[in-house]
Design a protein around this ligand. Structure first.
Ligand code: ADQ
Length: 489
């Protein structure tokens, strides 16, 4: 449920992201079913409750008729959400194409798709044009709802032109932009044909934020090396105009998880799961089924561990929950088949008539089911090849107050910088290292587990999504005041 709490801060905040926190399904001419969307951005934004917030974004559905548009707008208004309508062709070129086939892999160091690099410049150009057109449509809706004094917070790689298009409409708007993915080294960024235009569009924002200092540094380097601008300790300067660039590491709403695992029905569910897996250690992976999450690499490392440790065959189980995502993109369909094939092979190899070593579910779990799984886990295994932050690692820690399980975490997730001292950090490409870390984690003495958990728990409970949002918004307000003072001087 999207919580609507009375705001404690009268500041109006327009949160603009490609997807609204709810997805809509049509049930009749004018009737809609609204469900929470799954993903890190939604999880983080739900923690923001202190501002008078409006959400602006696409509801994940193609609506072409006026009755549909009006009724959906009305249904979403109750959730303080405002829809941006994108037609099917545009979604295909802008969202499946430029966002998910070009920017997403590039920002995660997977490079540009081969076919675009070789011949089909037209397809690349049409995707880029669609990207700009979609950003214009977002700017139209934001302008319609803007009231002077509002803070506009644009989110993620889908909306890199939005700061520019908003300021072109009204230069007084306070505009911040935050990237939820990594920002790659400028050597990767410069391979993108349209990189200069994208960087310049983002630089129109007053404040540009990233999860880590490394990503912020890469962005500043891209602006200095590719655009020839000046990098300063505060950001990037272009002809006297400073764009402030800084790191704002995201967090979760830990209380939501801590409270959930105390509920009687969840305690009951935890007990059932413990009985179900009695006598076996539980390892857990929770990811969107995406190539950046390193799911095949994770399962191969688990296979290597089983190969080298026959004593553990019937004493450990890996639960891998993978929520399908971007299912109409061919690369994601191939990934699903690849994962199924490896899981089948390993279960055939190491399973028995009564047990299998891997339970793989291609679906999302409800919040309470997810909390119960986090709570019974002995070892969480997160092997992203790259990840902006990775909130699953935070959620796991929040639910482990009594069990004090071990977190194995990719060194290429942003979370490695905050939870690194408590987690076992691994290179997900190094299957041998991950396999031996699994053994180390399963055998870890209680004292070491407690110490590591304590470190992570303190971090997760003191760096919340609420604090993240407050810091970003107050920094944005300060940046604007400082800019006005500079102009007056
Ligand atoms: P994501 O790539 O979606 O987010 P992550 O940060 O781990 O990755 O968040 C995933 C969220 O979806 C979590 O809240 C998790 O509980 C939920 N989820 C995942 N699988 C699920 C399942 N099977 N069932 C139910 N819920 C599931 C992007 C970036 C991250 C960054 C976030 C926030 O890729 O690096 O941390 O945004 O900025």
């Amino acid at each position: 449920e999207l919580r609507i709490c009375p705001p404690t801060n009268s500041q109006r905040l327009l949160v603009v992201a490609n997807r609204l926190p709810v997805s809509a399904t049509r049930k009749g001419d004018a009737s809609w079913q609204l469900e929470m969307s799954v993903g890190g951005l939604v999880s983080a934004l739900l923690g923001i409750t202190e501002f008078e917030t409006r959400w602006i974004g696409w509801a994940g559905v193609n609506v072409t008729d006026e009755i549909g548009k009006k009724s959906l707008t009305k249904a979403l208004a109750d959730k303080r959400c405002v829809p941006v309508f994108l037609d099917e062709d545009l979604v295909n070129l802008y969202y499946n194409g430029y966002c998910n086939n070009i920017l997403w892999p590039l920002f995660h160091y997977l490079g540009l798709p081969q076919e675009d690099r070789l011949a089909t410049t037209r397809s690349f150009q049409s995707q880029f044009d669609a990207y700009k057109k979609a950003n214009q449509l977002f700017a139209d809706v934001v302008s319609e709802h803007y009231i002077e004094g509002d803070v506009i917070w644009c989110h993620d790689y889908h909306l890199m032109f939005l700061p520019k298009y908003l300021k072109e409409r009204n230069n007084k708007m306070k505009v911040g932009w935050f990237l939820h993915t990594p920002f790659p080294s400028s050597e990767i960024q410069r391979t993108l044909p349209s990189q200069s235009e994208l960087l310049r569009a983002v630089l129109v924002a007053d404040l540009v934020g990233f999860h880590t200092y490394d990503y912020a540094r890469h962005f500043v380097s891209a602006c200095t090396r590719i655009l020839g601008l000046e990098g300063t300790p505060d950001g990037v300067e272009d002809q006297g105009k400073l764009t402030r660039v800084a790191a704002f590491p995201i967090g979760i709403d830990p209380g939501r998880f801590i409270r959930a695992i105390q509920l009687p029905q969840i305690k009951e569910h935890i007990k059932e799961l413990e009985e179900r897996f009695a006598g076996r250690k539980v390892m857990l992976g929770v990811d969107r089924l995406d190539m950046i999450k390193g799911i095949p690499q994770k399962i191969l490392a688990f296979e290597k561990f089983l190969e080298e440790n026959p004593d553990w065959h019937d004493k450990v189980v890996l639960l891998q929950i993978a929520v399908p995502t971007r299912t109409d993109v061919p690369e994601y369909q191939k990934l699903t088949c690849q994962v199924h094939e490896i899981v089948g092979r390993i279960n055939g190899r190491f399973g028995s008539l009564t047990t299998v070593p891997i339970h793989h579910l291609d679906r999302s779990l409800d919040f309470h089911g997810l909390c119960a799984l986090y709570a019974i886990t002995d070892v969480a295994l997160i092997t992203s090849l790259r990840d902006g932050m990775n909130l699953v690692s935070y959620e796991f820690v929040a639910c482990q107050a009594s069990k004090k399980g071990v977190l194995i975490l990719s060194e290429f997730a942003g979370a490695a910088q905050s939870l690194g001292a408590g987690a076992i950090l691994v290179n997900p490409w190094n299957i041998t290292e991950v396999a031996s870390s699994i053994g180390y984690a399963l055998n870890m003495p209680a004292e070491e587990r407690e110490k590591r958990h304590h470190h992570n728990f303190v971090h997760v409970t003191s760096h919340t999504s609420q604090e993240w949002a407050e810091t970003f918004v107050s920094e944005l307000n300060d940046t604007i005041v400082e800019a006005q003072l500079r102009i007056r001087q």
